[in-house]
Each structure stands twice: as structure tokens, then as C-alpha cells.
Ligand binder design. Sequence first.
Ligand code: FAD
Ligand code: UDP
Length: 374
Amino acid sequence: MLKKYDYLIVGAGLFGSVFAYEATRLGKKCLVIDRRNHIGGNVYCENIEGINVHKYGAHIFHTSNKRIWEYVNRFAEFNRYTNSPIANYKGEIYNLPFNMNTFNKLWGVFTPEEAKNKIEEQRREAGISEPKNLEEQAISLVGTDIYQKLIQGYTEKQWGRSAKELPAFIITRLPVRFTYDNNYFNDRYQGIPEGGYNVIVENMLEGIEVRLNTDFFKNREELEGLANKIVFTGMIDEFYNYKFGRLEYRSLRFEHEILDMDNYQGNAVVNYTDRETPFTRIIEHKHFEFGTQEKTVITREYPAEWVPGDEPYYPINDEKNNELYKQYKQLAEKEENIIFGGRLADYKYYDMHHVIYHALKTVEKEFNLEDKMV
Ligand code: FAD
Ligand code: UDP
């Protein structure tokens, strides 16, 4: 039977949007659906008081891949924003990521050698040779003082688990530098799209049919009947009706507030690294775009255990969940007409540039364009 669409794309986030854009360029007919009432997935911004508010948490684009950078720049202009978060530990302010400014403030050391000696001394005292979990990895990278003030509290609230139970890789996302450099990322390219992330996604989806407020699982049979192939970017365990059990996720609650002042905290991102403050960070959105509006909008980010019905923001890539994911992946690999991709279907802690890379690789594979895209 002739189907109406070549591809049904479930999810209007970055993965779905890149795939839809490229497939359409190649002459395919796509239908994109999303269960939310807007496109963009987690990069969606809402304009409040003239400020682009990152509704699902701060999003800073960064990559070292020149082709990915050139690719996103086709859809929007990027500004020169460089992420330099501040940590607030019980009123003490430290620079992030961990660098000479942090070490100087904490220990009064001036030289890289002094800082390295201090960390080595603390690492030796803790008796860690081969780090096996986040706690050990953190102490071996930056010592116990920084671990206790800037990592343990934040991490345990963020993940709702002891740092001893968490995989070491999570903390290696953050650079440790022996220079006075507060740039949170090591990547060569970084910035925020001017006008917010919606500009990118709107440009990708221009002219493509999109149905919002449409949950794949509520009309599965009908939707499956519409297209020859499905690109699925939702939760892989939900796709298989949780037949091997549920994957765990970490969720977040965002509390947005408009304030009648022009500058609340002087920085886009301030992390609250103690255990007691119930939120992990406060975002002041205007600073992503050097805004000069009269008012400001801030967002407090409260971590929460994910329960069905919540948004699943972070996969919990510990051993137990990774093993479970492998079972779902084996099923996925046998599918001929279903393509899985993105943060939820791959169950990976991807950044935006990873998602775009994987979407373009998927396009290459699907359309036999070996290495033509990235
Ligand atoms: P998503 O954006 O999650 O899109 C998936 C879409 O599928 C969603 O819109 C969802 O509603 C829809 N969907 C799911 N199931 C169904 C269904 N059954 N039916 C219909 N629709 C469905 N990355 C960076 O590079 N830099 C950052 O600073 C950064 N900060 C982040 C901060 C936070 C708080 C979070 C949570 C993520 C952050 N990321 C950051 C990661 C970034 O958001 C993701 O890598 C990227 O947006 C994922 O794109 P995606 O298309 O895979 O998924
Ligand atoms: N982290 C921390 N203290 C901080 C910031 C981050 O301990 O002030 C740890 C925490 O475990 C977090 C991880 O580093 O989950 C990765 O941080 P990142 O800022 O990359 O998290 P994301 O923006 O993806 O939530």
C-alpha cells in the first residue's frame, strides 16, 4: 500500500529536526510529531519580557567539530558568549570550571605547581590510585577540599544518589585547568544563537508538516500506518512497552521568575553547590545574549527523581541501566523500518553537538552518503 509519508519523525527536538531537514532536501516527504505544544525539544526558548528564556535549562552550544559548527551556523548567527559559571558555596564564591582562579581563592596558591602539589597531597591522603566512581574520580582530579565544597553537594542533589554510586565519566565533563581561564568548555567553538534556539529549529522545519500535541503512543497504529519508516527520538524503553523493565532518568523542575530589576546575579549561571539549598543552579537568561532589558528573568533548577509522566531529562548511565539499555538496543538493531536517535532513544548523556553529529551520521547511513556530511 502506498503510504502518505516517507518518514514519520517522532520528536521535534534537534535530532528529529536535523533528520527532517536533510531528508526533505533529499526529496523525501516527512511528518514530524511532538507531544509537546512546541518544536525544539529541550532547546526551546520562550520570549518573556524580550528575553529568550531557556525553558528547559541553560543551553550553551559548544563543539570542536568544525563541520558541526559550520552546519549550525547555516541556521542562525551565533554570538560570542562564553560560559563561565560561578559556584556559590554557602555564600563563598568560586570560579568554575576548576582552574587557577578556583585554586587561588580556596588555598591562596598562585602557581600551577603549588596547586598541583596541593591536589596530589589530598589525593594521596585519600588513597586513590584507580578511580572507580564519581567521588574517587573527583578527588583524584581536584582533591578533597574542592570535592567537598564544589562537587559532592551539587552532584548528590543533581543525581539523587551518592557520588560513590555514580559513574566517573560525569565529572570528567568539566575541565580541570592549571591556567587562569574560567571558560567552562575546552571546545574550539562556542556561542548562543542570536534570537535563541528556536531560530535554528524553525529554519530546519520550515515547509515541513509538523503536528504538535501529538503523542506517538496515543495513536500508534494510525501514525505507523502513515509512513514507510519511523525516526523515533523518544524513550526507547517506552517504545518497547517497558518489556525488559524501566530505564531510570533524572528529572528537573524549573521555577521561572520575572524580576523587576535589570541585573539579579551578574552572571548567566550560578551553581549552588551546598547540599542544603534545594536547587542546583539559578540561570539569569538575559546574560546569554548580553541583554539590556529593564527586567530580568531567572530560573531555579530543582532536580527530581523521574516518575512516569515527568520529562526525562537525564539518562542515568550507571551499570544497571546501561545493561538494561543494551537489551533494548538489541531489539532496535533488528528493526528494518525504524531508526532510533537522540538523547532518549540512545539513552546517552549527549550534548547538542553530539545529537547533531549523530543525526547527520544517521542521514549519511540512510541515504548512502558515506562521510559526506560530517
Ligand atoms: P529532545 O530535545 O529531548 O527532543 C525529543 C522530543 O521528542 C521532545 O520534544 C519530546 O517531547 C518528543 N517526544 C518524546 N516522546 C514522544 C512521543 N511519544 N510522541 C511524540 N513526541 C515525543 N547540551 C549542550 O550542548 N549544551 C548545554 O548547555 C546543554 N544544557 C542542557 C541542560 C539541561 C537541563 C538538559 C536537560 C540538557 C542540556 N543539554 C545541553 C543537552 C541537549 O538538550 C540535548 O542534547 C538535545 O537537546 C537533545 O535533543 P534530542 O532531539 O535528542 O532530544
Ligand atoms: N558538577 C559539580 N559541581 C558543579 C557543576 C557540576 O559537581 O558546580 C558535576 C555534577 O555531577 C554534574 C556534572 O558535574 O552533574 C556535569 O556538570 P554539567 O554542568 O556538565 O551538567 P549539565 O549542564 O549537563 O547538567
